[in-house]
Write a protein that binds this ligand. Structure first.
Ligand SMILES: Cc1ncc(COP(=O)(O)O)c(C=O)c1O
Length: 393
């Protein structure tokens, strides 16, 4: 007799069989260049802590102080029980940092995307979404009930064609990741804005991997391309370069106000706690004073990429500190990652459905907290294992 949960065990077995079952390792130390994973000290090449803020003394002190003065929790949804001044302070500082009129904070970047897309588009509208956009954009677009039109990755000409085909839509909204999280390439935002402007479509960019990384002192992709005033809404996260947790939308005051009135994750879910908000404020203040950490991040990125390319690795289209080391076969990729771990390097394999089936990869994330010696150690191990596993010929 078949049981009602058989489909679960079958699917789990099939994932294991294909090398796609995700194993989660346990971290038992603060974030940093070296962390303790499953009881072992390893070089951390997979966190999104681009600037080394996740265990930064100033951020920790500010978080502790916020708990002492304001307690730990917001106690309800902001629209119902009032909002803490701390959340407003973060929003004002982020708006200034990004050079826009207003910003609104969320529980996560995922929530910010759901809120923004759900608010800006409805069943009579069309959302134009890059085919490699993040899952939170895909889900936000689905929840909005708008018609979703996928355009070819990073292709403004395909976007332009598709925008024209949907002239009957009440509103057209183009949405793209700023930096693509699996390949590390940057969206051609100037050309996307041009295509959108031709039909007066709205433009929204998810800058999760651009904030703290691109632009002056990490002001993000809009600053990187000098597109101030051309993008209607920027979405971001505090969980990556800012080292904490939370999301943000930023843009003109009416657009942000609109998302505040209509965004369901804002209206129906409580805000990020005080400690996290205070730590985010500290991170923005540090970046406003100095871009040194961002410069270090890019110097590290160049050093590692040059080393890997001269070893002969395929790094795909990466233009940022997200560096896919393309292995191809998911099982070989899993074996490579396990060997790396045995040699003291934590870098996880990524396979289907996050990336195409034949493009399994080890995704290396570079941080400002890595030293030259750390990177040289990683290069030596990658080179040796690459030859041993015949990834390098
Ligand atoms: C492009 C992109 N958008 C949004 C998110 C979600 O951010 P958060 O972790 O703050 O929910 C991520 C995180 O993986 C991301 O890579």
């Amino acid at each position: 007799m078949t049981g009602k949960l058989d489909f679960i065990s079958q699917e789990l077995a099939s994932l294991r069989e294909q090398g796609l079952y995700v194993e989660i390792r346990v971290v038992d130390s603060p974030q940093g260049a070296w962390i303790t994973v499953d009881g072992r000290k390893v070089l951390n090449l997979c966190s999104n802590d681009y600037l080394g803020f996740a265990n930064h003394d100033v951020l920790k002190r500010r978080a502790q102080k916020a708990i002492e003065t304001l307690g730990v929790g917001p106690a309800a949804v902001r629209t119902i029980a009032g909002t803490l001044s701390l959340h407003r302070e973060l929003e004002i500082k982020m708006a200034r940092f990004k050079g826009v009129e207003a910003a609104l904070s969320f529980q996560s970047g995922f929530c910010a995307n759901l809120a923004a897309l759900g608010a800006l588009a409805g069943p009579e509208d069309a959302i134009f979404s890059d085919e490699l956009n993040h899952a939170s954009i895909i889900d936000g677009a689905r929840l909005s009930r708008a018609k979703v039109v996928r355009y070819a990755h990073g292709d403004p000409d395909d976007l332009r064609r598709k925008l024209r085909q949907e002239s009957a839509a009440r509103r057209r909204l183009v949405v793209t990741d700023g930096v693509f999280s699996m390949d590390g390439d940057i969206a051609p935002l100037p050309q996307i804005c041009e295509a959108a402007a031709e039909v007066e479509a709205l433009v929204m960019v998810d800058d999760a991997h651009g904030e703290g990384v691109l632009g002056r002192a990490g002001r993000g992709i809009v600053d990187h391309f000098g597109l101030h005033g051309k993008v209607d809404l920027e979405v971001g996260t505090f969980s990556k370069a800012f080292g904490v947790v939370g999301g943000i939308v930023a843009g003109s005051r009416p657009v942000v106000d609109y998302v505040q009135q209509k965004g369901r994750p804002f209206l129906f879910s409580s805000a990020v706690p005080t400690a996290d908000v205070a730590a985010c404020i500290a991170a923005v203040e540090i970046l406003e004073k100095s871009g040194d950490r961002v410069d270090r991040l890019w110097a590290n990125t160049r050093r590692f990429k040059e080393g890997m390319r001269s070893l002969g690795f395929d790094l795909g289209k990466s233009e940022t500190p997200i560096i896919p080391v393309i292995i191809g076969d998911a099982r070989l990729c899993g074996a490579f990652s396990r060997k790396l771990f045995e040699e003291g390097i934590f870098a996880v394999p990524i396979g289907y459905p996050a990336v195409p089936r034949d493009k399994a990869r080890i995704r290396v994330m570079i941080s400002a907290s890595h030293s030259d010696q750390d990177l040289d150690f990683a290069l030596e191990v990658f080179g040796r294992l690459g030859r041993e596993l015949a990834v390098l010929l």
